[in-house]
Design a protein around this ligand. Structure first.
Ligand code: ADP
Length: 281
């Protein structure tokens, strides 16, 4: 951690970016990328902001599929990558640069330099908000492993953005933590939250994903993974609870098709929930 913090300390900030929102989760598969994408699109469409979306999930980039971008970025005169835009959001992902089916087997230092390129080596232009889809599992376990190895893939972004120099140039930097309602996911979410505390990045709040299921035929609500756990955890940890996203088939199918639900079905319950959260951040 020391190593990576030092490596980035002297680095230039990213000019033109006002706010950074890191979307994180304690474990994988809880809907972090889905939330990052829909939030970015909602901020661009419903809140009329200039939005960038950085896929920091180097080992499992989802942004190319979810945003339907399969081109390679152009390189500008000053040798920076030009972000690729869709649904009103400027995106950058390692997935734009490597073959979709090639496994990424890099070790920490390579991941760190890739992240640095994806962050600072990009002509983001003037952005109101850069949304970062964080790597999964930013919990204490990962942090201590990273410390031991002096590598920090999972926490690199938090460390980069936690460096005071960059922070000083920003209006706001904060994290959003996504969890399903289950105990186990919430324990991980708490670990994720404490990691952000450690690197001094404020947490904007907790979001409960897959919060409930409303049957499209009969309208009955079922709490498939339980309900309200994130709210209780937020209360316990003194964090803001920003809202809940229902489990909806369309959330998944729209993501798979590369047209986020906020874009393709803005009147759905889930899209309204994302838009509501976008207004709160
Ligand atoms: P993570 O980034 O946390 O690994 P993803 O965003 O990739 O998770 O989501 C995991 C899977 O769950 C994806 O197939 C996604 O489409 C689906 N998913 C996420 N949120 C919802 C939801 N609210 N309703 C239905 N499917 C969802």
């Amino acid at each position: 951690r020391e190593h990576s913090a030092m490596a980035f300390k002297g680095g230039p900030s990213i000019p033109g970016i006002k706010d950074i929102i890191a979307v994180a989760s304690g474990k994988g598969g809880v809907g972090k990328s889905t939330t990052a994408v829909n939030l970015a699109v909602a901020l661009a469409k419903a809140c009329q902001q200039n939005v960038g979306l950085l896929d920091a999930d180097i080992y499992g980039p989802s942004i190319p599929t979810m945003m339907n971008i399969f081109r390679k970025p152009e390189v500008s005169e000053d040798l920076k990558m030009v972000p690729l835009e869709n649904h009103g959001v400027k995106c950058m992902s390692i997935g734009f640069l490597v073959d979709k089916d090639a496994p990424i087997v890099w070790r920490g230092p390579m991941v760190m330099s890739a992240l640095e390129k994806l962050t600072r080596g990009v002509t983001w232009g003037n952005l109101d908000i850069l949304v970062i889809d964080m790597p999964p599992g930013t919990g204490d376990a990962q942090l201590s492993i990273s410390q031991r190895l002096q590598l920090s893939d999972a926490v690199t972004v938090a460390i980069i953005f936690g460096s005071s120099e960059l922070k000083n140039n920003l209006r706001k930097i904060c994290a959003l933590i996504i969890s399903t309602p289950q105990d186990i996911a919430l324990i991980d979410a708490q670990r994720g939250a404490s990691m952000f505390h450690k690197v001094d990045v404020p947490i904007l709040g907790l979001i409960e994903n897959m919060s409930f299921f409303k049957c499209p035929k009969c309208g009955e609500k079922s709490d498939i993974f339980g309900h309200g756990g994130a709210k209780r955890t937020a209360d316990k940890m003194n964090l803001d609870y920003l809202g809940e996203i229902p489990l909806e088939v369309q959330v998944r199918s729209c993501s798979d098709e590369g047209s986020p639900i906020v874009m393709s079905s803005p009147d759905s319950l889930a899209a309204k929930a994302y838009i509501d959260i976008a207004h709160k951040v």
